[in-house]
Ligand binder design. Structure first.
Ligand code: GDP
Ligand code: MG
Length: 180
């Protein structure tokens, strides 16, 4: 009998409107990218099954339905979160400057038992645009921000070109598992 332990992990994706949160999820779960702006994929969350070592892991990935514009996502959104993916657009400075607010908002709303140990990762998305010539936030600056938050892992991603998307979700799943 192979009694694999099944683990459900709740993943929260946060960041300014338009940075590519829905696109990253859609690329990861459905291997699809759409140029068209869609405020939501139409569900509270999507799921993805992963095998990590001997563990069967179900990622329950929560998207916002455009409410991030108002920064009021409601308590149900944050409740029971196991990890948090912060996303900004490397071509939009404001989306980087708002990361502090998203990070602090998450910790105050989700109030995990040990905030210092809580698994976050940061994704700098849309690195494909203009071959990187229109980026306004350097990798160095992003890494400095991550270090200032206690060593959050940083990934540069493109939902459009499916660059680093699987790697980023795998990393956050591993961190969340380790924090269980
Ligand atoms: P959200 O508001 O954070 O969920 O952002 P969306 O996923 O809706 O994306 C906003 C817009 O950016 C859409 O037009 C997407 O097609 C586009 N987009 C998202 N990710 C990327 C990316 O990696 N590269 C490029 N070039 N466009 C992207
Ligand atoms: Mg969205």
């Amino acid at each position: 009998m192979s009694a694999r332990r099944r683990t459900l992990l709740k993943v929260i994706v946060l960041g300014d409107s338009g940075v590519g949160k829905t696109s990253l999820m859609n690329q990861y779960v459905n291997k699809k990218f759409s140029q068209q702006y869609k405020a939501t994929i139409g569900a509270d969350f999507v799921t993805k099954e992963l095998l990590i070592e001997d563990r069967l892991v179900t990622l329950q990935i929560w998207d916002t339905a455009g409410q991030e514009r108002f920064r009021s996502l409601g308590v149900a959104f944050y409740r029971g979160a196991d990890c948090c993916i912060l996303v900004y657009d490397v071509n939009v400075l404001k989306s980087f400057d708002t990361l502090d607010t998203w990070h602090d908002e998450f910790l105050s709303q989700a109030s995990p038992p040990d905030p210092k140990a809580f698994p976050f990762i940061l994704l700098g998305n849309k690195v494909d645009i203009d071959g990187g010539n229109s980026r306004v936030v350097s990798e160095k600056k992003a890494n400095e921000w991550c270090a200032s938050k206690g060593g959050i892992p940083y990934f540069e991603t493109s939902a459009k070109e499916d660059y680093n998307v699987d790697a980023a979700f795998l990393r956050i799943a591993q961190l969340a598992l380790a924090n269980q």
